[in-house]
Design a protein around this ligand. Structure first.
Ligand SMILES: O=c1nc[nH]c2c1ncn2[C@H]1C[C@H](O)[C@@H](COP(=O)(O)OP(=O)(O)OP(=O)(O)O)O1
Ligand SMILES: [Mg+2]
Length: 386
């Protein structure tokens, strides 16, 4: 791995006076990095910043730079808004002052409803956009954008959130953004998506405190669905990926190949080994698809094999059924299939994190990133013989 720069700041500044945004960022940065976020109300000497950019990105960079110029810590800025298809993208970068006065949410919502009066349901599609710009003290810039699709409701509903939230119905759902709990908004909003991209980029460049833990993504049985595999790998930004076979694409086309241990499944015909041993995070992983051990009827053969190769953790697939259990101090993990679940309701993958004191955490997710109530914490080192 390329050696990364250490992240040395325990707080950053959000170049914004919008307390709603600040609260959302505080939650998002705490969750991702354990870093505090201060708003402009805690910083002296920043005047009014004129948002005259033509794009969200331009405005975000401008806001971040005006504050970064006077501070020696990282500064992030958010420029966001609503684009409505039936209105040719309006209010867009003018979202905050749509009805004239800056930041009058009620007036903005009234005007939006008025402009949409004659627009039928099918044509009320809209997108929330959030551009984030982060400026580091050495002047480096990171700019990302997150979007959230939806449609404009016929009347406001819900009291959470801010801005246009009460008029924004989520795509494929019957609730408005203002009807979500803050926690749920922080999972799916345009801001959350932009934040995720920013976090990914920061993790690529920096090593964060507490990052000594090793994160391993375990996936299996994507059966030719390259895009699902790539998107899961992209989101997890793991230190290593273990693929338990039945990828069913060219082996050359496997993403992240330089940090992946992959084995051949019964549906694969590529020049990839049927079993692999990989050592990482202080553990010895045995990776196999599982069909040769008859895992659909019993784990007995695989248990013997695990002992033979002195594995701490066995990763296998084949059955498409998620499974996670320790046997004799060895952990057996089947991440399930990321595309076709069997014996379980949703497609899944697993993330393994090594913790303190010799424990590992296994967490299951759907390919869309939602938590699945499987897995748990297992202490392996304690049970391991000398
Ligand atoms: O999650 C959101 N839910 C609902 N509405 C939202 C959201 N995110 C942005 N919006 C709307 C509010 C405002 O009308 C405009 C942001 O304008 P924008 O200039 O970026 O923010 P702002 O002036 O309130 O604060 P500041 O520039 O100091 O960060 O888009
Ligand atoms: Mg503004």
């Amino acid at each position: 791995m390329v050696s990364k720069q250490k992240w040395t700041w325990d707080k950053i500044v959000l170049a914004s006076r919008n307390e709603h945004k600040l609260r959302e960022f505080q939650a998002l940065f705490k969750r991702n990095f354990g870093i505090d976020v201060r708003g402009l109300n805690d910083v002296d000497g920043v005047g009014n910043i004129v948002e005259d950019g033509k794009t969200f990105e331009e405005n975000a960079v401008k806001k971040a730079k005006s504050v970064a110029n006077i501070l020696n810590i990282p500064v992030v800025a958010d420029d966001s808004g609503l684009t409505v298809d039936a209105l040719g993208g309006a209010p867009g970068v003018y979202s905050a002052r749509y009805a004239g006065e800056h930041g009058d949410d009620a007036a903005n919502n009234r005007k939006l409803l008025h402009e949409m009066e004659r627009v039928v349901a099918e044509e009320r599609t809209a997108t929330f956009v959030c551009a984030l710009a982060l400026i580091l003290p050495d002047g480096e810039e990171i700019v990302v954008r997150g979007e959230c699709p939806g449609r404009i409701a016929f009347r406001p509903r819900g009291t959470n959130g801010f801005g246009y939230d009460p008029l924004f119905e989520l795509e494929g759902r019957s609730v408005t953004m203002a009807e979500l709990s803050p926690q749920e908004k922080d999972q799916i909003s345009h801001r959350a998506k932009a934040m995720q991209l920013l976090a990914d980029e920061l993790r690529r460049r920096f090593e964060f405190e507490g990052d000594e833990t090793v994160r391993i993504l375990i996936v299996s049985d994507n059966h030719g669905e390259e895009k699902v595999l790539s998107s899961v790998i992209r989101r997890e930004v793991a230190d290593h990926v273990i693929h338990c076979g039945d990828f069913c694409t060219d082996a050359d086309a496997l993403p992240n190949r330089e940090r992946m241990t992959v084995v051949r499944g019964n549906c694969d015909f590529e020049a990839v080994k049927e079993e692999e041993i990989w050592e990482g995070g202080g553990y010895r992983f045995f990776v196999t698809h599982g069909h040769r051990y008859g895992i659909k009827s019993s784990l007995t053969s695989l248990l013997y094999r695990a002992e033979e190769v002195a594995a701490d953790i066995v990763c296998f697939g084949h059955s498409h059924t998620p499974y996670c259990s320790a046997h004799g101090g060895c952990l057996f993990v089947n991440p399930g299939s990321v595309v076709q679940p069997r014996g379980y309701t949703v497609p899944t993958y697993a993330v393994l994190e090594t913790g303190d004191e010799g424990g590992v955490d296994i967490t299951y997710y759907t390919p869309g990133g939602e938590l699945v109530p499987l897995g748990g914490t297992y202490s392996l080192k304690a049970k391991k013989p000398e």
